[in-house]
Ligand binder design. Structure first.
Ligand code: ADP
Ligand code: ZN
Length: 286
């Protein structure tokens, strides 16, 4: 059986068709433009396949409160044309098959849980450190959600003693995303994060914030794996720095047998989003 998957990122739209085991048969991607034109391109791609369901990992924030009249509507995104766009309703109307929606980071978490770094555990957290920061948590196959999806990128931070940057989050200034996203790094240092590779003190500060976030997630959720992806994590030295800072912050309060098995890189390269979107559809009783 073929299932359609969309990973709708803020910059890139990835569409894929795969089977119920998460094996990708065909994939394409194009820049995320205005909703109608972007969804028309997706429709063209899926027209070549007989898909039975569609899973969607959508950039947020998006209303996932099933009790709300606005369920499945994009919320206050900086992408103006997508603001208040009823994405779920539009897709259901266009495809006339079951459509399942979650956030991009929750889909990525589900993808890694089923097919990647989290496939042998019962609980895993996935955090993406890119243009923004977001994290999702999957427990025994269920994506964790309260009324709507959590916003774990916007937790409050203790500022590094050598960092006087006010933060880049329009809502909170120096929250995690405001201090440690790629956008924050670019604003603080005046250049893109990948050009700062050789300045070690910058990455120590970055690790300090990301480790704080993981410490908070760990004491609250106790995940068996914490998987870190996104563009900024291409600086692989961060993994070692974060593990060290994390252990220092945790200070033996909770037992961690092997920190290098707890804090890990993703295993699905750039496919966790679409594979997770497939898993989202498979998970429902098809
Ligand atoms: P998005 O979050 O938009 O989906 P990415 O996960 O690719 O996209 O993240 C983009 C961010 O990652 C940008 O801020 C960019 O500067 C940063 N980035 C990309 N490559 C690297 C790298 N090699 N080292 C550090 N930062 C990087
Ligand atoms: Zn914030």
């Amino acid at each position: 059986m073929l299932i359609g998957a969309i990973e709708a990122g803020g910059t890139k739209f990835v569409c894929a068709v795969g089977d119920e085991h998460g094996k990708i048969v065909e994939k394409t991607s194009f820049p995320t433009g205005a909703p109608e034109e972007t969804l028309a391109l997706a429709k063209q791609f899926f027209a070549n396949f007989n898909i039975k369901a569609l899973g969607v990992g959508m950039f947020g924030p998006v209303n996932l409160d099933r009790k709300s009249a606005k369920y499945g509507t994009v919320l206050n995104t900086p992408k103006i044309k997508w603001r208040h766009y009823p994405i779920l309703e539009k897709l259901k109307k266009d495809y006339e098959i079951p459509v399942y929606l979650d956030t991009d980071v929750n889909a990525a978490c589900l993808g890694e849980y089923h097919y990647g770094a989290g496939k042998h555990v019962d609980s895993c957290l996935y955090m993406t450190v890119g243009t923004g920061i977001g994290a999702g948590f999957v427990l025994r196959g269920e994506v964790f959600q309260g009324r709507t999806h959590p916003e774990m990128g916007h937790i409050l931070m203790k500022q590094h003693p050598n960092d006087s940057f006010a933060g880049s989050c329009p809502s909170h200034g120096s929250c995690l995303e405001g201090l440690a996203s790629g956008t924050a790094m670019e604003k603080r240092y005046g250049m893109k994060a990948d050009l700062l590779a050789e300045h070690n003190y910058i990455w120590e500060i970055e690790a300090y914030y990301l480790a704080q976030a993981l410490m908070n997630y760990y004491v609250i959720l106790s995940p068996e794996k914490m998987i870190l992806g996104g563009g900024v994590m291409k600086q692989v030295k961060l993994y070692t720095m974060i593990r060290k800072q994390f252990m220092k912050l945790l200070n033996d309060y909770m037992e961690v047998e092997h920190v290098d098995e707890l804090i890990v890189a993703p295993e699905l390269e750039d496919e966790q989003g679409v594979k997770g979107a497939i898993a989202l559809a498979v998970k429902q009783d098809l």
